[in-house]
Design a protein around this ligand. Structure first.
Ligand SMILES: [Cu+2]
Length: 175
């Protein structure tokens, strides 16, 4: 038994001001509901990717082959790959705790960038333009990219993957 029993109809009928706010909120909800699928289809913020399956061993072998055929040097112990002009399919792999290889790309050229993980779930976040794609073991993402601005880009891992996550960085050069 409560100390105070409210009246049966304790609420007040909506006044004009509340009605206006509820109407605005309702219209806003409708608008957002419509914008979401529209933005998904036409917003150009989804990575242009096709996905296929590849075991970590299969994908690792492709990356190794790509590095062996195109390697031009090393940076902090990581292979640097300067892609030959005729090569369109390029590879990168995220492994605890490294992005490999360092890529040197040509400005204005279209590439198919293959992305996967060699162990756990990682997130490839290309900075400073903040382009984010998840890297999952067992899946090969074929990202169609055309670097349109020359410069030095950094890759960080944005998916917590373990003790060395904060040091998991990589690089892409565009010239
Ligand atoms: Cu990570």
């Amino acid at each position: 038994m409560s100390l105070y029993t409210p009246e049966k109809h304790w609420w007040k009928p909506m006044d004009r001001e509340e009605m206006i706010w509820v109407t605005i909120a309702f219209i806003w909800c409708q608008l957002i509901t419509f914008i979401m699928p529209f933005s998904h289809a036409y917003g150009k913020h989804n990575p242009p990717a096709v996905t296929s399956k590849a075991s970590t061993a299969e994908y690792g072998a492709k990356v190794d082959k790509f590095i062996a055929e195109n390697k031009t040097g090393e940076e902090a112990g990581v292979a640097v790959v300067e892609v030959k002009p005729e090569v369109k399919e390029i590879y990168i792999v995220g492994r605890s705790y490294q992005w490999e290889p360092v890529l040197k790309l040509q400005q204005g050229k279209e590439y198919i960038l293959h992305l996967s993980s060699g162990d756990y779930e990682h997130g490839m976040s290309i900075q400073p333009m903040n382009m984010n794609i998840m890297a999952l073991p067992g899946y090969d993402y074929h990202l169609r990219i055309t670097p349109d601005q020359a410069g030095e880009y950094f890759i960080i891992c944005n998916e917590f993957c373990g003790a060395g996550h904060h040091m998991m960085t990589g690089k892409i050069y565009v010239s």
